[in-house]
Design a protein around this ligand. Structure first.
Ligand code: SAM
Length: 218
């Protein structure tokens, strides 16, 4: 990761945010360090600068949001990413979750449906010196040309586990996706070495919908 001369700003607010996430039960040192390292205010409009370290989802334009920091920490922790793993993220949004994954050493592939959001997210990745593969398209179909993936993280509410994403997960891999309509249950599904799903249902969250062929209709 590149050293950034403007990353000292809001350092103490960032430390407080880390404490808040810790107090909510995320004790994963690697995840907490990444949250401390990646300044969230970079990803928001200047007008929201002061609010960047509240543990809240915030608007990023086009009716979309940057996820709540606790949610980002929660998903990152449950994804069990190790350095060098090939990770597919569905819903690039602001690029914040993607940067956290890159900070953990993921080899990131990220798909966003709305082209308007990408220039800013791409600028964030390069600001930190990260170099993920980025695609505009319907992420409910995954990224078949780049499959298989060790990990898949869906950062929008899905109606269920789509066939495409499941097929693109490597045996031994984990997919994490929030499922449901108004409120979503975080589903963590492992693919066994003989291709069977082992599903864990975790806590409930609220995400914007995954819109696409294997998601919700617009
Ligand atoms: N991970 C993002 C971040 O760190 O800012 C937050 C993502 S936001 C909660 C959900 C994103 O999923 C939105 O940017 C939305 O446009 C995107 N999305 C919805 N349906 C999608 C699809 N079928 N393929 C790819 N992206 C999709």
């Amino acid at each position: 990761m590149k050293p950034l001369e403007d990353s000292y700003k809001h350092k103490s607010l960032r430390k407080k945010l880390v404490q808040t996430i810790l107090s909510k039960g995320i004790r994963d040192e690697r995840v907490l360090t990444a949250i401390d390292l990646i300044p969230r205010h970079f990803f928001l409009d200047n007008a929201l600068d002061e609010h960047a370290y509240q543990d809240k989802a915030m608007p990023i334009g086009n009716g979309q949001t940057i996820s709540q920091p606790y949610t980002v920490a929660y998903q990152t922790h449950h994804l069990e990413v190790a350095k060098g793993m090939k990770v597919l993220e569905i819903g690039t949004g602001s690029g914040y979750q993607g940067c956290i994954l890159c900070a953990l050493g993921a080899q990131l592939y990220t798909v966003e449906r709305l082209p308007e959001l990408l220039p800013r997210a791409a600028a964030m990745f390069s600001k930190f010196g990260f170099n993920p593969q980025i695609k505009i398209g319907d992420g409910s179909l995954g990224w078949p040309e780049m499959a298989p993936f060790d990990r898949i993280i869906v950062t929008a509410a899905a109606p269920g586990l789509g066939k495409s994403l499941w097929e693109q997960l490597r045996p031994g891999g984990i997919i994490l996706l929030p499922m449901g309509n108004k409120v979503q249950i975080m589903n963590k599904i492992r693919k066994t070495h003989d291709g069977q799903p082992i599903r864990e249902t975790l806590d409930s969250f609220r995400f914007v919908p995954l819109i696409g062929s294997e998601g919700y209709s617009e």
